[in-house]
Ligand binder design. Sequence first.
Ligand SMILES: Nc1ncnc2c1ncn2[C@@H]1O[C@H](COP(=O)(O)OP(=O)(O)O)[C@@H](O)[C@H]1O
Ligand SMILES: Nc1ncnc2c1ncn2[C@@H]1O[C@H](COP(=O)(O)OP(=O)(O)O)[C@@H](O)[C@H]1O
Ligand code: SF4
Ligand SMILES: [Mg+2]
Ligand SMILES: [Mg+2]
Lengths: 272, 272
Amino acid sequence: MFQIAVYGKGGIGKSTISANLSYALAEKGKRVLHIGCDPKHDSTRLLLGGANQTTVLDYMKEVPSPERNLEDLVLDGSMGVKCVEAGGPEPGIGCAGRGIISTFNTLENLGIDRYQFDIKLYDVLGDVVCGGFAIPLRKEYADAVYLVTSGEFMSIYAANNILKGMRNFDSISPRVAGLIFNSRGRDEEEWMIESFARAVGLPIIVRMPRSDLFAKAERNIQTVVEIFPNSEPTRVIKSLADHVLLISEGSLSLKSPHPLSDEQLNDLAAGR
Amino acid sequence: MFQIAVYGKGGIGKSTISANLSYALAEKGKRVLHIGCDPKHDSTRLLLGGANQTTVLDYMKEVPSPERNLEDLVLDGSMGVKCVEAGGPEPGIGCAGRGIISTFNTLENLGIDRYQFDIKLYDVLGDVVCGGFAIPLRKEYADAVYLVTSGEFMSIYAANNILKGMRNFDSISPRVAGLIFNSRGRDEEEWMIESFARAVGLPIIVRMPRSDLFAKAERNIQTVVEIFPNSEPTRVIKSLADHVLLISEGSLSLKSPHPLSDEQLNDLAAGR
Ligand SMILES: Nc1ncnc2c1ncn2[C@@H]1O[C@H](COP(=O)(O)OP(=O)(O)O)[C@@H](O)[C@H]1O
Ligand SMILES: Nc1ncnc2c1ncn2[C@@H]1O[C@H](COP(=O)(O)OP(=O)(O)O)[C@@H](O)[C@H]1O
Ligand code: SF4
Ligand SMILES: [Mg+2]
Ligand SMILES: [Mg+2]
C-alpha cells in the first residue's frame, strides 16, 4: 500500500490534477482511495459526477457514534475510486485544518484498512503548513509528496514553504517525488519553475499545459481522463500515474530537496 | 483613530494595494501605521525601499524583554508611513498566524498608542480564517474591512470565506467597506465579481486595472503612487484613499453583507 500527498497553493490545480491521477491509477488496475483534505471539500466532485459528498467533519457532528458507518463516508466514484472528503470547520471557528485531524482518526476507528488499497492519495491545501494541513506530510501518511505549482512566484513560494515544513519535522528521509508543473499559460513561467527546480534539487516530473478541456470536462463534472481519453492532458496524467507506480516500486528515487531562504527566493523572483 | 483591515487570497495584490494606499493616505496628511500580517512579511517592502524589516515574531525570539524598543519594530517608511511586520513561525512549527497574536500584544505592551495615528492599516492573509489571521477582523482591530479580489473564482471563494468568518464571530455590526477589484486582466472577470458583489450586497469600491507599472515600480522597490504620480493606478489608489477617509468620517456607510452558501457560490461560478 503506497500513500502519496499532493500539495500546492490553493487554486493551483491540485484537485483537478489529483482527481485525474486517481482515475488514471484506477484505470491501470489499482485500488485507489482519494481523500480531499481542503476545507473547500470539492476534490472528489469530478469522480462522483458532481455530488459534494458529506464531509467527515460534518458527519461527525450530525451522526452519533454508534450509528456511524464507513460506507457513508467512503463513496464509490468513477473507475472504482473510493472517495472521502475531510471538510473543514466554519471560517472563524477553530483551526481550518481540523477536518483532516478528524478524518484520519475517524477512518482508522471505522476500519478503513479492511479495504486494502494499493494507493492512498491525499489532496491537501498548501497555503499554510500548520495544524491539520501539516499532518499528511508525516511519514506515516505520505510515502511520497508531489508538489503542484505553476511558474508564478506565489505558487513557488508556497511550494518552498511546504519543503520547509517537511524539513522542520522530518529532515532525514527523502520523501519528495518532485514538481508537477501545471502551467497558467504564460511564457515566463518556464524559466521560473526550472530555476526553482534546479535550486532546490527536484525534478519537474510532468508539464501539464493549460487546456480548455479541463473546463469542458468540468461542465460534464467528469475528469479529463474519462471524457477525453486521447487528449494531451490525459497523456500527461497517465505519465504522472506511471511515475507514481515506478516510485512505489522503488524503480525511481525520492528526493531530499533543500528549501530556499527568503533571500534566495527573492533572487529567483528577480532573475538573479 | 480609524483602523482598516485589508483581506484577500494570497497573491491577489493585498500588499501592493495596501502599501500604495498607506502612501496615498500619508500624502493626504494622515499619520499612518501599516502592519503587515502575512507570514510572507513583505508588505512594507515598497515603503521601506526594499528592506525586509525585522518581524515582531523574530524580534521576540532574539531580543530579551528588558532590551526591547518600539523603535526597532516600527520603522519609518516613505511619506512618513510607520511600518511593522508581524512575521510568522517556520512552516510546520505551530500556528501560522502566531505572528499576528504576538504583534498585537507586543505593540500594545511597548506603547504603540503614544504615536497617535490617524489610520492603522492591517494587510492580512485571507486564505484561512483562523488562528491569528482571524484576529484583525475583530471590532477592536478593524473599524472597516476591505476585501481585495479579482474576478477569478478562487479569490471570490476566499472573499466569501472572510465574510463567513466575520459573520461567525460578530454577526451584528456592519463593518465591511466593500470590494477592491484588482483585475488579473481577463474579460470574464467583470461579470463574476459583479454577480458576487450583487449577491452578497457589497459595492465594488474601485477597479484596479492590471498594469505593468506595478512591476516597474517593484523593480525600484517603490509604490506606484510614489514613482508614477500621474498614472491610472495612482488615480485609482487615491480614489480608494478618499473612500477610506469618507468611511472614517461616517460620510459613507459600512455594509453588513450576507455570505453565500457553497451551493450559491457554485451556481455563481457556473453562471446560474
Ligand atoms: N491545466 C489546466 N488548464 C486549464 N484549467 C485548469 C488547469 N488546471 C486546473 N485548471 C482549473 O483551475 C481551477 C482550479 O483548480 P483546482 O483543481 O480546483 O485547484 P486547487 O485544488 O489547487 O485549489 C479549476 O477550475 C480547474 O478546472
Ligand atoms: N493590478 C496589478 N497589475 C499588475 N501586477 C499586479 C497588480 N496587483 C498586484 N500585482 C502583482 O502581483 C504580485 C502579488 O501581489 P502582492 O501584493 O504581493 O499579493 P498579496 O499581498 O495579496 O499576496 C506582485 O508581484 C504585484 O506586483
Ligand atoms: S494552526 Fe494553521 S490552520 Fe490551525 S488555526 Fe493556526 S493558522 Fe489556522
Ligand atoms: Mg482543491
Ligand atoms: Mg502580501
